[in-house]
Design a protein around this ligand. Structure first.
Ligand SMILES: Cc1cc2nc3c(=O)[nH]c(=O)nc-3n(C[C@H](O)[C@H](O)[C@H](O)COP(=O)(O)OP(=O)(O)OC[C@H]3O[C@@H](n4cnc5c(N)ncnc54)[C@H](O)[C@@H]3O)c2cc1C
Length: 282
């Protein structure tokens, strides 16, 4: 104990303690900052950033899945549930075109994000995606959108999707169902022209079988195959009554499809007594 009475040794001990505390505080601060940074994701809402296409899988004659790499294998895109990104490309005339797309991946999918794109023969951005090859880059800005999902904000979602309008619904449904703390139910009506047009069918069917009490999907086709147990024609008021939650303050109906379908669905919902605050159109 003699050394404690030596003032020189005491000063050195105090200095060592101060440095140790400073290092500990500094490390904690640095770790917190890094954590916040990694949580922030890779998007910039002000400026376009480039992402490299690393895989392209043709799903049907006019639909492909595009996988883009994030800067590191542990990076996350950082897109809030229910929001989308703006993608920039060039049309067939070389003119700039910007369109919204919703990734089918979540932040639990680290190191990459994926887009499922339906390419229309005359579509301006469709041309860009048709020409995009592995190794090419695409410019992306975001997050964008008015819809932000908070777990537990409603008891159930009804979803009315048409064609490629399924992607925001799929993103929201996946986030809800894969969160064990979220008890929200999801009821989807998904309309297409033919059976081959149905996007993400395997993924939707596996959500329905993995979460039988919480997720239900009802497919509707204009031109159904011979054997078909889904709906036929356009989505009707009766289909909505049968397959979506009834109007109530703790439910919400999400709509995303081609403009004529959105218009028809808005009229059906109004006639069935769904107030404007019970609905959202992507
Ligand atoms: C929030 C949001 C998210 C979206 N996410 C996706 C996504 O993940 N994947 C995806 O493929 N698309 C998605 N879309 C649609 C996408 O933004 C484009 O509208 C679509 O890719 C067509 O763009 P284009 O420039 O190729 O066609 P355009 O040049 O705009 O149109 C060319 C032709 O295609 C027809 N057309 C365009 N869109 C549709 C449609 N929806 N149904 C039927 N005919 C149509 C037009 O009538 C026209 O004849 C989303 C849209 C929104 C609003």
């Amino acid at each position: 104990m003699e050394f404690l009475q030596n003032p020189k040794i005491e000063i050195v001990s105090i200095a060592v303690a101060v440095v140790a505390v400073a290092v500990a505080v500094g490390t904690t601060y640095y770790l917190n900052i890094s954590k916040k940074k990694s949580k922030k994701g890779c998007l910039d809402s002000e400026q376009f950033k480039e992402f490299k296409l690393v895989e392209r899988i043709q799903l049907s004659h006019n639909v492909a899945k595009f996988k883009f790499a994030l800067p590191t294998p542990t990076s996350v895109l950082g897109l809030p549930i229910g929001q989308h990104i703006s993608c920039r490309g060039k049309d067939a005339l070389g003119e700039e075109v910007i369109k919204p797309y919703t990734p089918t991946t979540l932040d639990s999918d680290v190191g990459y994000f994926e887009l499922v794109i339906k390419m229309y023969p005359q579509g301006r951005m469709s041309h860009f995606f048709r020409e995009l090859r592995v190794g090419d880059y695409m410019s992306v800005k975001g997050p964008k959108g008015r819809f932000k999902y908070q777990p537990g904000e409603v008891k159930a979602f009804g979803m009315l999707a048409g064609g490629s309008g399924i992607t925001p619904m799929f993103q929201v449904a996946r986030a809800i169902l894969e969160n064990p703390k979220d008890k929200t139910n999801v009821h989807l009506i998904y309309a297409n022209v033919t059976y081959e047009d149905i996007l993400l069918k395997e993924e939707l069917d596996s959500l329905a079988s993995n979460y039988p009490g919480r997720f239900k999907v009802y497919y509707v086709l204009n031109q159904p195959p011979e054997e078909w147990n889904g709906g036929v024609g356009f989505v009707s008021k009766e289909m909505i009554q049968e397959h979506l939650p009834a109007p109530a303050s703790d439910i919400r109906i999400l709509r995303c499809g081609p403009p004529p379908m959105n218009k028809a669905m808005a009229a059906h919902l109004e006639a069935l007594g769904y107030a404007p605050e019970m609905q959202f159109q992507f």
